[in-house]
Design a binder for this molecule. Structure first.
Ligand SMILES: Nc1ncnc2c1ncn2[C@@H]1O[C@H](COP(=O)(O)OP(=O)(O)O)[C@@H](O)[C@H]1O
Ligand SMILES: [Mg+2]
Length: 331
């Protein structure tokens, strides 16, 4: 097997909060191959954004990685100097975050901002960087790119600003794009355009995607693999087709199957009764046990590992029973 483009191994992240030490990420592993598109879903607070920030070295000051390792093309990030690590990440991974629009600099023209990485970091001439900015703006579907080089972010609509943010994310020719709810703030039409753009990029440039969202329909549309996050861990991982068809973890099932159709799944995500455990407190057993329809005594004492089942991975003591019942019911 070839080395994955990105590999995360048993990552733990703690956050100091005023309620105590929060075990936000409790041992996650993830591989992303060249050109692969991966979705990470889960309810608010499950640890999706902290996962991405930990990988990118963008954790808030009160958070730190306590153990684990992160590799890009086989190179451990922790064996590099701070400077070399930043350089490598900036070179290989583009970022489109939910607040991407806010991250735009209001006093610089969009052209300057898009040309900045090619000019400053890749050492391209002003002229060549400007050409590249026009090319990127055209690629992300900003009409009249050449004219718009000179405008400031506030002169553009929300949709166009999000495209500028994506153009910036692409300006260093990343091999992988991290998207954290990049379309949440956008209206549906523009959302669809941004997703199409990301799909296009994958097809044309084989750019990998890690897409964090609470919107399952989006994952279904653009991802090959889905990871379901719950209480700082992945509880299910599988290819999108199989997982959406027959989820193996009761939480994933509750997310995916209780919905009458795709359009209602997002609402449903927030309608599973009960709450995830408070990760500043120690708990025993499966963190989903109090909310689970398949709970047993074992679940209340032992937290299950993420283990292979069928074509997926599932962190549930009862996945096999559940799948057996399902196939019985179908027979
Ligand atoms: N800067 C912070 N200070 C304290 N707690 C934080 C901070 N950022 C995130 N958290 C907590 O870490 C957990 C995971 O958050 P996050 O990764 O942002 O969740 P989400 O899955 O919604 O992206 C949550 O409990 C959240 O409240
Ligand atoms: Mg988040």
């Amino acid at each position: 097997m070839s080395t994955p483009f990105l590999s995360v191994r048993n990552l733990h992240v703690d956050i100091e909060t005023n309620r105590g030490l929060l075990k936000a990420i409790r041992g996650i592993s993830l591989d992303v191959n060249e050109g692969q598109s991966i979705g990470i879903v889960g309810e608010s607070g499950s640890g999706k954004s902290i996962t991405l920030k930990a990988i990118l070295g963008l954790l808030p000051k009160n958070a730190r990685i306590t153990s684990g390792d992160i590799f890009i093309e086989g190179q451990s990030l922790f064996e590099l100097s701070e400077k070399a690590r930043r350089q490598l990440l900036a070179e290989k991974i583009g970022i489109v975050f939910q607040d991407a629009i806010a991250a735009l600099n209001p006093v610089l023209t969009v052209g300057t901002q898009i040309a900045e990485i090619p000019h400053r970091r890749m050492g391209w001439s002003k002229e060549k960087s400007r050409e590249r900015a026009i090319e990127l703006m055209t690629l992300v579907g900003i009409p009249e790119a050449e004219k718009r080089l000179k405008v400031y972010p506030h002169q553009l609509s929300g949709g166009l600003r999000q495209r500028v943010a994506i153009a910036i994310a692409l300006s260093g020719n990343p091999r992988l794009i991290f998207c954290d709810e990049p379309t949440t703030a956008l209206d549906v039409t523009i959302q669809a355009q941004v997703l199409r753009l990301l799909l296009d990029l994958r097809q044309k440039e084989n750019t990998g995607i890690v897409f964090v969202t609470h919107d399952l329909a989006v994952v279904n549309e653009i991802c090959q693999e889905v990871n379901v996050m719950y209480a700082g861990r992945f509880v299910e991982r599988g290819n999108v087709q199989d997982t959406f068809q027959d989820p193996t973890h009761p939480y994933a099932y509750s997310l995916l199957k209780s919905a009458p159709d795709m359009d209602h799944q997002v609402e449903r995500l927030f309608s599973i009764s009960g709450e995830a455990p408070d990760l500043t407190k120690t708990f025993v057993g499966c963190p989903f046990a109090p909310r689970c329809f398949a709970v047993s005594d074992l679940c209340r004492t032992t937290e299950p590992d993420l283990l292979p089942i069928r074509t997926s991975l599932s962190a549930c003591h009862h996945s096999q029973n559940y799948l057996d019942k399902l196939s019985e019911a179908r027979a």
